[in-house]
Design a protein around this ligand. Sequence first.
Ligand SMILES: [Fe+2]
Ligand SMILES: [Fe+2]
Length: 146
Amino acid sequence: MERVMEWDNSLNTGIDIIDKQHQGIVEFINKLHTASHNGDREIVGDVLTGLINYTVSHFAFEEDMHEKHGYPLAAPHKKVHEMFVEHVASYQERHNNGEDIARKLSGELVVWLGNHIKNEDKDYVPYCSKPIEKGVLSRMLGKYFK
Ligand SMILES: [Fe+2]
Ligand SMILES: [Fe+2]
């Protein structure tokens, strides 16, 4: 099965923990693409739920990191995350109502994630590159990635 999104260096922020999470989202986008190709609605639904949960966890992690580092654009960044989650949730609702949305959504996600990482996410890097203390980091991971 052909993948719809590959990781490349232009997506690296240089903050390891963030790059790993972004790679996780890329994997979900590829899973969604494969599920839509195979035409199994139940699997599409499961992948959608997994993708939304993982992305919401990532966003919460990022927002907490912004707060810890005093990133000045934390509020507008959070707003972008919220609008994105609403957008994907509306697709999930359409899927639940019997529509076939997976292919269109996976295509949109490729563009959205690439743009978000390269623009909004890269903007916080100079403010947030100081590593988070180990104990604090593991508490954050435990809190957001259940
Ligand atoms: Fe972000
Ligand atoms: Fe991000």
